[in-house]
Design a protein around this ligand. Structure first.
Ligand code: CUA
Length: 166
């Protein structure tokens, strides 16, 4: 079989691109530990509202100064509607939905995930800047989608509350 020189060239170029793409996925996954934002943790959507954790959404400050924020995303709001977290500390968001797919995006940060019924979405982020951030739903979820938002307030840690350390 005779394959033209230019045809050979483009065949190898196309194959090379595929190899580069697969290698870059492998490198970011194993070399830089960049993975999809969530682990696999399931929850029955029907029980979200009575769940021990998600039935009482809110912010918990952990003994090490980090914070855990439990969020319920539903048609058409987030609970809590106002979230207060400390600046410069790891803040872990744990979210789920009792109804349809929502999004949880902290505007102007890398904090962004889908919230899928049946699963717990989780990510950890820390905020360098104190102030108010807007949290929006970025997955179209129905007629009230545009009204689905929350306020995130990042506060400087009061020395006393943090055990005397700043
Ligand atoms: Cu919830 Cu869009």
């Amino acid at each position: 079989m005779n394959v033209d020189l230019y045809e050979k060239f483009w065949m190898w170029a196309a194959a090379g691109i595929v190899v580069v793409f697969i290698a870059s996925i492998g490198f970011t996954t194993f070399g830089q530990a960049i993975q999809p934002p969530s682990h696999i943790e399931t929850i029955d959507p029907q029980t979200v509202r009575s769940d021990e954790e998600f039935g009482q959404p809110g912010v918990t400050i952990n003994p090490d100064g980090s914070a855990t924020v439990v969020v319920q995303a539903f048609l058409f709001a987030f609970l809590p509607t106002e979230i207060r977290v400390p600046r410069g500390r790891p803040v872990t968001f744990r979210m789920t939905s009792p109804d349809v797919i929502h999004g949880f995006q902290i505007v102007q940060t890398n904090g962004n995930t889908m919230v899928v019924p049946g699963y717990v979405s989780q990510f950890t982020i820390s905020f360098d800047r104190a102030g108010e951030y807007l949290v929006v739903c970025n997955e179209y979820c129905g007629l009230g989608h545009h009204n689905m938002y929350a306020r995130l307030i990042v506060e400087d840690v009061v020395a006393a509350a943090a055990g005397g350390e700043r």
